[in-house]
Design a protein around this ligand. Structure first.
Ligand code: AHG
Ligand code: MN
Ligand code: MN
Length: 333
């Protein structure tokens, strides 16, 4: 079988006018940075500077060395390419404009440099999530200032989204709005090779993912849904369910893309707005899931229609197989 690399895939998309040259180069750059992060993640405890004290990020959360390093790798890779107006990440309080000595482009990049970082030290899959928006224009056609306001667009405006999982293999999952495609890192040629063409999520599933330690704090609709799943064959669902929770969204979502399932991080009495970040976790994953035939809501509203009010705002997330997401969402009504 002829191998299609990520680069070939992107050139073909450009020829078909699905993406332009700038977006192609931007995605290539992100993928290259993901390869560098993958190499670093794979070194594990052998890497220089591994261990040492963890710091804390702008949200007061524990920040691992690799969170910082992954952020730096993505920033450095992306600032000089000429396709971006600004970028922002989980590890940065404010957007970073492109330095004035580099050309400025039309896109805005948002990312979670290392997702699932509590799993690094225990050798469980982690990843990188990214979202690409267009920088809005002024009435005269010039680009707006690439400040926080420019980023605050609903997820349906994304022009590309993707994620990498650094697991037993490194995979790179991408949508540019015409389906979802997965690429596996070939460590001999150090290229991403298409291994998952046209990913589709089955509409039905018997597998759910949720952190059950929050059960006592869930809202009634989520309690009801999980309770019905747990009753299995003897309950109203009439079938047994399986449960999985990796605690790295990238790995949980990749499983949903691979064999169906429902993934939830709902709001609860402690995480009143949910736990995951709208702009660089929920939105890109929702775009990918919808492009693969699944659905993503916050229980009440389609994630991609949420109007953002802050770069780092959180939201509840219910995504995956269509019929299950419909069911949980209907329980909220
Ligand atoms: P991050 O490491 O970027 O902060 O994200 C971790 C997220 C997500 O990947 C995962 O689904 C969730 O947090 C896990 O939360 P719990 O530890 O509450 O299970
Ligand atoms: Mn994350
Ligand atoms: Mn992170």
């Amino acid at each position: 079988m002829r191998r299609v690399t990520l680069s070939q895939f992107l050139v073909a998309r450009q020829r078909d006018k699905v993406i332009n040259a700038d977006l192609r180069l931007l995605i290539e750059t992100i993928a290259r940075a993901c390869k560098a992060i993958s190499t670093r993640v794979n070194k594990g405890a052998l890497a220089d500077g591994h261990g040492g004290l963890d710091t804390s990020n702008v949200h007061g959360e524990v920040q691992k060395k690799l969170d910082v390093l992954s952020n730096e790798i993505l920033l450095e890779a992306n600032e000089w390419g000429g396709n971006l107006a600004a970028l922002v990440s989980e590890e940065m309080e404010n957007p970073q404009p492109i330095p004035t000595h580099y050309p400025r482009g039309e896109y805005l990049l948002l990312f979670d440099p290392l997702d699932g970082s509590s799993n690094i030290d225990v050798n469980i899959s982690v990843g990188t999530i990214f979202s690409v928006l267009r920088c809005p224009k002024n009435a005269d056609g010039s680009y707006c200032d690439a400040n926080e306001q420019a980023f605050l667009q609903p997820g349906r405006h994304q022009v590309a989204a993707g994620f990498a999982v650094y697991g037993p293999t490194t995979v790179f999952v991408l949508t540019v709005g015409d389906g979802v495609f997965g690429f596996t890192l070939d460590r001999e040629t150090f290229t991403f090779v298409q291994t998952h063409p046209e990913i589709r999520i089955p509409a039905d599933t018997q597998e759910f993912a949720i952190n059950c330690s929050n059960a006592r704090r869930w809202e009634a609709p989520v309690k009801r849904y999980i309770d019905e799943c747990l009753q299995g064959k003897d309950g109203p669902r009439g079938k047994d369910f399986n449960m999985r929770w990796v605690a790295s969204m990238v790995a949980d979502v990749f499983r949903v893309l691979s064999r169906g399932g429902i993934f939830m991080y709902p709001r609860d009495a402690k995480n009143k707005d949910g736990r995951l970040r709208l702009m660089y976790e929920a939105n890109p994953m929702a775009f990918i899931i919808e492009q693969a035939g699944g659905e993503a809501t916050d229980g009440r509203t389609r994630i991609l229609d949420l109007e953002p009010h802050g770069l780092h705002q959180r939201c509840a997330v219910i995504l995956g197989s269509k019929n299950e997401v419909d069911r949980v969402t209907s329980y909220h009504q």
